[in-house]
Design a protein around this ligand. Structure first.
Ligand SMILES: Nc1nc2c(ncn2[C@@H]2O[C@H](COP(=O)(O)OP(=O)(O)OP(=O)(O)O)[C@@H](O)[C@H]2O)c(=O)[nH]1
Ligand SMILES: [Mg+2]
Length: 319
């Protein structure tokens, strides 16, 4: 029965694939290694690279080896704890809340096609309305056939209004109308859906800059939040995408989706290192409740957990 054993780590189930895959082998290595010799370090490096930490693996290992020397660690168990701490550090600050300002907060959601932007928007809108916010959505993807309908269907399901124009209309005009409507009707959040693909990638980037300008026209400090959505399944590709978007718009937070279908949770570490923006949410499924605010410590702990031993929740240490 849930509740009897305290709160379960929310990343445990979605990280099953990643944990059983590469990180499971990392844990096994720590379990069987007798000593911290060259063979141990090279095996650990290979596993971290395979887990999609990529270039970050080297940095992690260098820092880890330094700590092992400084603290004169001998047992692989101690090294595992140090590795976990290093990974948490790499993920940067967590628990950063979604922006919220007096009056209307505007959230622009960007990312390439199919990563899960529209689904994330529905989940976020639902979460916000559950906590008493008044949310309105803008169907800014006027390019992909069916995109406006998709957002409207979500809007009906979660009982949130959607401002839309016809397919093919100017997305800037949709954003303008939605924000005006939000302001005049006292909404507290306006979330802007955008296209993942238009004619070419270059145009997409220009269009996003334009949407940012339109939002600023309605409200000089909007958008208060620009969330970049990345699909965990794409692994290394996510990093290239992240760089490209971050070069174009002022990304304030990252959302990683489809963690439930990926065995490559390691990509998150590389993304966190490349971008200055914190990871804010994790998508863990297709349902409207499958959204978790990001927590680096819980995330890393879930990666290393063994099947039989559900680790107890951390106390308030360090708070
Ligand atoms: N398993 C899983 N599937 C997801 C998750 N988030 C989204 N999806 C699925 O991914 C597919 C694409 O999601 P969309 O929300 O339409 O993606 P999008 O980025 O808006 O796509 P475009 O509008 O084409 O740019 C859908 O089938 C979603 O159900 C998630 O966290 N886990
Ligand atoms: Mg979409």
């Amino acid at each position: 029965m849930p509740g009897l054993f305290g709160r379960l780590n929310p990343f445990r189930r979605p990280l099953e694939k990643t944990r059983e895959g590469f990180f499971g082998r990392v844990t096994t290595l720590f379990g069987r290694a007798q000593q911290l010799d060259a063979g141990f370090w090279s095996e650990l490096e290979d596993l971290l690279i395979e887990a999609d930490l990529a270039d970050t693996a080297e940095e992690v290992l260098d820092d880890l080896k330094r700590r092992v020397q400084e603290d004169r660690m001998r047992s692989p168990r101690d090294v595992q704890e140090a590795l976990q701490a290093e990974l948490v550090r790499l993920l940067g600050p967590s628990g950063e809340p979604l922006a919220k300002v007096e009056g209307l907060t505007t959230v622009l959601v960007v990312g390439v096609n199919g990563v899960g932007k529209t689904t994330f928007i529905a989940k976020l809108a639902h979460r916000l309305t559950q906590s008493g916010e008044r949310v309105i959505l803008a169907a800014g993807d006027t390019f992909r056939a069916g995109a406006v309908e998709q957002l409207k269907r979500w809007g009906e399901r979660i009982d949130v209004p959607v401002i839309s124009h016809q397919a093919g209309a100017d997305p800037g005009a949709v954003v303008f109308d939605a924000m005006q409507a939000a302001k005049s009707r006292d909404y507290t959040y306006c979330i802007l859906d955008t296209a993942g693909r238009i004619h070419t990638k270059h145009n997409l980037m220009e269009e996003l800059q334009k949407l940012e300008r339109v939002a600023r026209k309605v409200d000089a400090s909007a958008p208060q939040e620009i969330l970049l959505v990345l699909d965990a399944v794409t692994g290394q590709n996510a990093i290239q995408q992240a760089k490209k978007f971050a070069d174009t718009v002022d990304v304030t937070g990252v959302v990683v989706t489809k963690l439930d279908s990926s065995s490559k949770g390691g990509a998150l570490f590389a993304v966190a290192r490349e971008l200055r923006a914190p990871i804010k949410f994790i998508g863990t499924g297709e349902k409207v409740d499958d959204l978790q605010p990001f927590d680096a410590e819980e995330f890393v702990r879930a990666l290393f957990e063994r099947e039989e031993t559900e680790a107890p929740a951390l106390g308030p240490a360090g708070q």
